[in-house]
Ligand binder design. Structure first.
Ligand SMILES: [Cu+2]
Length: 180
């Protein structure tokens, strides 16, 4: 049987394509690009009693160590708490672990212009860690269609200078009796 040269070239090219597609999937599914399934480490939570949850009942930032913070965020139609009505404040030079969940439907939580991006799913807690090197302002967007107000669902992350953040944090602690 004779195979024409062009035929061979096309066969070879389609093989390369198939191997390429499989390679991108394998790379995406490995830990390489830092993509995780949401429940891998964050755990679960009952969305019906979120308001009584020790962390998500009063979501916000919590100091856990030297330059280390935990941030709890609740996404609900059509706000981020915190983030929308008040900016989500973090200090410059800090390492922040986000815990993000949703109260009603599936939302997205994307820090615009960065690779910090997760789905927020009712009942699931998405956990990821971000380092904030420079003071500045970042946008937060919902990137999963969540209803009629989806296009206005946004928030702000304010990366503050340490001293500024410290005085805000202290004031915050006093107001909430140290539970935040
Ligand atoms: Cu949305």
């Amino acid at each position: 049987m004779e195979i024409h040269t062009y035929e061979k070239v096309w066969l070879a090219l389609s093989l390369v394509l198939i191997v390429g597609f499989i390679a991108t999937i394998a790379y995406g599914a490995s830990a390489g690009p830092g993509i995780d399934m949401i429940d891998d480490k964050g755990g679960t939570v009952d969305p019906a009693t979120l308001d009584e949850h020790p962390k998500f009942g009063d979501p916000g930032i919590e100091k856990t160590g030297e330059n280390q913070y935990d941030v709890y965020v609740v996404a609900r139609q059509f706000v981020f708490e915190p983030g929308t009505s008040e900016p989500l404040r973090v200090p410059e030079g800090s390492t922040v672990t986000f815990h993000v969940t949703a109260a009603d439907v599936i939302h997205g939580f994307e820090v615009v212009g960065t690779n910090a991006n997760t789905m927020a799913i009712p009942g699931q807690v998405a956990e990821f860690t971000v380092e904030f090197d420079e003071a500045g302002e970042y946008g937060i967007l919902c990137n999963e269609y969540c209803g009629s107000g989806h296009h206005v669902m946004e928030g702000t992350i304010l990366v503050m200078e340490q001293s500024e953040f410290d005085s805000w944090y202290e004031q915050q602690e006093q107001q909430t009796g140290g539970e935040n």
